[in-house]
Design a protein around this ligand. Structure first.
Ligand SMILES: [Zn+2]
Length: 255
């Protein structure tokens, strides 16, 4: 893998069109499938709704978003309705996020949010486009990256450094159990993990997670037993290698 874009592509005009061409060509040439390790990703024909790349070995689909600066809390994405429908049907694509440097024309960060980290909660509905717009009334979406736990951001390239492929594949595999969970069960696990991460330190206590009881109760109004539910999630997260039990009532995040 090399991080720079191809010289031959630099003949394109400047601006976002050319950036799109560079980044897509780069993914096609260098990115590998994190699911099966296949060295090639194929490009879908242009304008296929909600997916850009396909692994022909295992059929995983990927949507590419690229930009100059680092991604913030939200990523602008496609039609809200399509996003929600595909999520409900379980055939939403994995999200591939790339930052590049415009001066050196090279990839700086490339990470994947696996499709199983998507829950309804992280897709935000945007305002419909104004009546004067070409696609008046069209409703887009935003992906709330801030609501995705760190385990759901798997870096292939991080701060200009290519991470070992076997580590990337391992990290991916570790998350796959989420695919077997219902959207609701997945939501609980990810929310509790995110609460733990939001404390901003490697070790935390059960009491500190209990402090999110009201917050979680609001997210799941049907649940009257938030505390037992929290303990159940922590147990499950431990069994799956995301956290460790240090001693009674205290835990550690595993990076
Ligand atoms: Zn694959």
């Amino acid at each position: 893998m090399k991080l720079s874009f191809e010289e031959s592509q630099l003949a394109y005009t400047s601006g976002s069109q050319s950036a799109r061409a560079w980044t897509e060509a780069w993914v096609k040439a260098w990115a590998y499938c994190p699911h099966c390790g296949s060295a090639k990703m194929s490009q879908f024909p242009n304008n296929k709704p909600v997916a850009d790349f396909l692994c022909t070995s295992c059929s995983e689909e990927f949507e590419l978003k690229s930009q100059k600066g680092k991604f913030g809390d939200k990523v602008i994405d496609g039609a809200f309705k399509t996003k929600c429908e595909r999520l409900a049907a379980g055939n939403n694509p994995n999200l591939l996020l790339m930052n590049y440097d415009r001066t050196s024309l090279a990839v700086v960060n490339l990470f994947i949010v696996p499709k199983h980290f998507f829950v309804r909660d992280i897709i935000e509905e945007r305002k419909p486009l104004a009546a004067t717009a070409r696609r008046a009334g069209w409703i887009g979406s935003k992906i709330l990256l801030s609501k995705v736990p760190e385990a759901g951001k798997i870096h292939i390239v991080q701060n200009g450094v290519i991470r070992p492929k076997d580590i990337v594949l391992q990290e991916w595999q570790k998350t796959l159990f989420l695919r077997d969970q219902s959207l609701d069960a997945r939501g609980w696990l990810l929310d509790v993990l995110r609460c733990a991460e939001s404390l901003g330190k490697p070790e935390f206590t059960l009491e500190e997670i209990y402090a999110f009881e009201r917050h979680l109760g609001k997210l799941y109004p049907g649940n009257q037993n938030v505390r037992p539910k929290i303990r159940q999630q922590l147990q499950f997260l431990r069994d799956r290698g995301f956290i460790e039990f240090v001693s009674r009532g205290s835990y550690r995040l595993r990076s």
